[in-house]
Ligand binder design. Sequence first.
Ligand code: PLP
Length: 401
Amino acid sequence: MTERFTGNFTQQEPIPEAGIEAALDVLRHGRLHRYNVAEGETAQTALLEQEFAALMGSKYALAVASGGYAIATALRAVGVGPGDRVLTNAFTLAPVPGAIASVGAVPVFVDVTEALTIDLDHLAQIVVEKNAPRVLLLSHMRGHICDMDRLMAITDAAGVTVIEDCAHTMGARWNGVLSGRHGAMAAYSTQTYKHVNSGEGGLLISDDPDLMARAIILSGSYMLYERHLAGPPPEAFEKVKYITPNISGRMDNLRAAILRPQLAGLDDQCSAWNARYRVVEAGLRDTPGLTVIERPAEESYVMSSFQFLLLDWTEREVQEVVRRCADRGVELKWFGGAEPAGFTSRYDSWRYADAPKMPKTDRVLCGILDLRLPLTFSHEDCAQIARIIRDVVSRVYQRAG
Ligand SMILES: *Cc1c(COP(=O)(O)O)cnc(C)c1O
């Protein structure tokens, strides 16, 4: 009998009761705007920022409307403007080059390795070129973290500023250091499919008072920046307040209220995701033709999704695997498709960027298959998903010979 999986790959867990309670409080008093506070009250958004900074060990934190907005704000804060070129990963999601385009800048893509991380040899080569870009927007795509020590050595030596896109690495670490604590600024998303869920939302952290003062004013602080509990001192704002535009993208108190209890439970959620990831990993290991992504010892990942490679398979065979898995209830996303579909897309589908062909990256992208592992899946669900993929991949591989 062929097994069929019946779970839903896009069903997240409910919001914790404490978040629902806190949200109802905000709805009942009606002060949803972050700067709308009663006498003696501290806004939920300000508290969220304070708690997030404490969790990340950063000096400053800012809550905003989305992850993409957080990235764009970081780019503006470090001084990226129209016509500038910004380095970023060729393997990432559309909001990353999109944030670069939103400030009028142009993405310059860096190759991806078979470990699904940025190719540091390619990066090292680009940053010493004449007129090389001065900023790297580093995307820890799908939770895969590159050798951050080597990356920072390369960028520091070249005077390149690093902004980290931690949409998939909230709570993860490299060599004991939290993801987001290497670069000048780091952006997180609190959108439904990330590690905490407020529907939409973003967070930005930094230790640099000047960068964070700019980011807070950019986010639309109406000069009420003294109401931030995780912001730099007033002197930092004095330097930039007249020359920094207000590009509104604040977070509201309702979303902050939902997020605070989730941050408190983040560690447990991360362990729960990783346990599911390891079940799938164990189930897929040693499948002929299938490459499991080996994780370096320095990396403490948080995996709310799973990727594997069908390297050097033909398009037809990969498509057959995707189709047969779908027939058995397992939704795989393929990064090799010519048309962007279901949250995948590739560097050459962002045609506004006008990127040259990247053969090394193409080879890897054509082999990447991706699935979500929401916490609503049990360990048995994950084992079954792995069995189905293993069965389908083995059959297609055998037939292809
Ligand atoms: C989701 C995501 C973002 C942006 O987050 P939004 O909150 O949806 O704007 C940025 N980078 C990556 C890699 C993402 O997956």
